[in-house]
Every structure is written in structure tokens, then in C-alpha cells.
Design a protein around this ligand. Structure first.
Ligand code: ACO
Length: 169
């Protein structure tokens, strides 16, 4: 297993990975409009952290992607919004969801991000809670007001990322 950060930089390699991520999110988040997923995954302000399989047989196919999180960092405000988070059906409940989030927390420290914020699907709030997210938003509203769109059918959750913690230990 290896991790990578993917962004729409026009390279063939990243395009293949972004298409795989778009397919993963569309499959695992069926209620999300597909065009919205495409727009955000390929938006140049968004990045995705992906966990990839080392199996040479799946290299370059959608099956290479075990899981991914698409996020947008607002560096001035030192927070990031998690747009989509998913693990492929066959790989769920094996700990990859936790691995993904821990790797993203380490990436947040590198990028100077202090808080994550997300609209969690109601059936996924348990997963986010286990990753340290709370329904209580301690970040001052002025930091994210106007940047995060209200979204019906989800629960706004927040996670503080401590810069001195090694989340991968
Ligand atoms: N509700 C409650 N607890 C959960 C859920 C859930 N839906 N999913 C996982 N957990 C728990 C597990 O039991 C585990 O607990 P433990 O550490 O005590 O054993 C812990 O969370 C982590 O489990 P993992 O095996 O690491 O999680 P997994 O690899 O299955 O990934 C994920 C979790 C990403 C939610 C996956 O099930 C998935 O892709 N689901 C479909 C897509 C989805 O719902 N994504 C989130 C939507 S919201 C958004 O994207 C902003």
C-alpha cells in the first residue's frame, strides 16, 4: 500500500488517478450528483489523498485505488473542508478509512491546516466520530462563514489537528 497526493496538474498519471477517484466517490456516494463530484475532484484548488494498492495486476485500473479523500484547504484561514471520503467496497472495514484520515492529518500539519470541517452523511457520522470529529464546532464561524456552503442532509463536523501529534504512529 502506498499513499499519494493527487491534483489536477494536467499530467497523464494524475488524470488516471483522478478519474479512478471520481469513479470511487460516484460509486460510494450515490446520492451525490455525479457532475458535482467531477467538478470538485478536477477543480485545481482541490487535492485528493489516495491510498493505492501495490498489486501490479491492478496498476492503472480503478481497482488500484483502495480509498481517497478529496479536500480543499483554505490556507489563510488554516482549515480544510473535506468534500468526499470513501474506501472501495471490497476494502471497507479493514482499517483503511482510519489510515486515510491519519495520513490526511499528517498532510494537514505539512500544509499548516489546523482544523478539518466536513458535512458528514448521516450514516457516516460514526466513522468521523471515531476519527476525532465532533458536532461541536469550536472554530470561530467567521473563519469559515461564506466559504463553506450549507448542505442539507449532512451533519457539520469538525476535527482539530494537533501539530505535535504523529497520527501515523
Ligand atoms: N458508522 C459507524 N462507524 C463506522 C462506520 C459507519 N458508517 N464506518 C466505519 N466505522 C467505524 C469502524 O467500525 C471502525 O471502528 P473501530 O476502529 O472501533 O474498529 C472505524 O470506524 C474505522 O473503520 P475503517 O475500517 O477504518 O473504515 P473503512 O475503511 O470501512 O472506511 C468509510 C469508512 C470511508 C466511511 C467507508 O465505509 C466508506 O467508504 N463508506 C461509503 C462512503 C461514505 O459513506 N463516505 C463518507 C461520506 S461523508 C463525506 O464524504 C464527507
Amino acid at each position: 500500500m502506498r499513499k499519494c497526493i493527487v491534483q489536477n496538474d494536467g499530467t497523464d498519471d494524475n488524470m488516471v488517478k483522478l478519474i479512478g477517484l471520481k469513479n470511487l466517490f460516484s460509486k460510494q456516494l450515490p446520492k451525490m450528483p455525479k457532475d458535482y463530484i467531477v467538478r470538485l475532484v478536477f477543480d485545481r484548488r482541490h487535492k485528493s489523498l489516495a491510498i493505492l494498492s501495490d498489486d501490479p495486476k491492478v496498476k492503472g485500473t480503478d481497482d488500484e485505488i483502495i480509498g481517497g479523500i478529496c479536500y480543499r484547504a483554505y490556507h489563510d484561514m488554516r482549515f480544510a473542508e473535506i468534500a468526499f471520503c470513501a474506501v472501495s467496497q471490497a476494502q471497507q472495514v479493514k482499517g483503511y478509512g482510519t489510515k486515510l484520515m491519519n495520513l490526511l492529518k499528517m498532510q494537514a500539519i505539512v500544509e499548516g491546516v489546523e482544523y478539518f470541517i466536513t458535512y458528514a452523511d448521516n450514516y457516516a457520522t460514526g466513522y468521523f466520530k471515531k476519527q476525532g470529529f465532533t458536532r461541536t464546532i469550536s472554530m470561530p464561524k467567521s473563519r469559515f462563514h461564506g466559504l463553506i456552503k450549507d448542505y442539507d442532509g449532512g451533519t457539520l463536523m469538525e476535527c482539530y489537528v494537533h501539530p505535535a501529534i504523529d497520527y501515523t504512529r
